[in-house]
Design a protein around this ligand. Sequence first.
Ligand SMILES: *Cc1c(COP(=O)(O)O)cnc(C)c1O
Length: 237
Amino acid sequence: MTGKKTHIAENLAQIRARIAQASAAAGRAPGTVRLLAMSKTFDVETIRDAVRNGQRAFGENYLSEAVKKMDALADCGLEWHFTGPVQSNKTREIASRFDWVHGVDRDRIARRLGEQRPASLGPLNVCVQVNIDGEASKSGVAPGDAAALCEFVAAQPGLRLRGLMTIPARVAPEGDARRPYRRLRELYESLIERGLELDTLSAGMSGDFEVAIAEGATLVRIGTALFGTRPAKPVSG
Ligand SMILES: *Cc1c(COP(=O)(O)O)cnc(C)c1O
């Protein structure tokens, strides 16, 4: 398989080039934006293809599906990010299998993840999810409650607070797509001013990652643009 050009190889090269371009256009140093490959619903062979092309960080939303992939790819030394909503009956397995969790939005979940993180693994990296547009249907803490939750996460010995994550509402074509990301960045900067140690703004997906990078995203979560259209249902779990 080595040397064979696949659509994933081409997509990865294109996405990396677009990330570099958007970073440069925003006056940001090269290498300040990480690519998280959102592999949910895609199979192990597809992930291997991305790994052969240098991708190491993968995002998953469905726990049992993710664990099967981790087991199959255990020898690859990959970094796994849980990006779905965290249910309290899943915290133990998430805390023991993942390197990062992006969907923490309440004390109770943060406490459980911290208590259940095996000490041998070192602290679990956490991004607090912010409901930046105040949508009723969406998980995430209200912007005004982010500081308190970040302080709570930072105080858990089993956790390492890294930053903020958001999934903004869909913006109409004539709307201002930068606005939610600008508000997230302003919140992030205000938390740093408060003394919290943050280094990660997890923002931007296939359709808008350049906009997110223009507003300071340090980690973009890309599925469709890399792997293609997702099947309607997860492969399992
Ligand atoms: C699936 C998913 C993405 C990727 O979305 P695409 O539009 O396919 O790039 C990003 N973030 C989260 C939390 C997701 O669940």
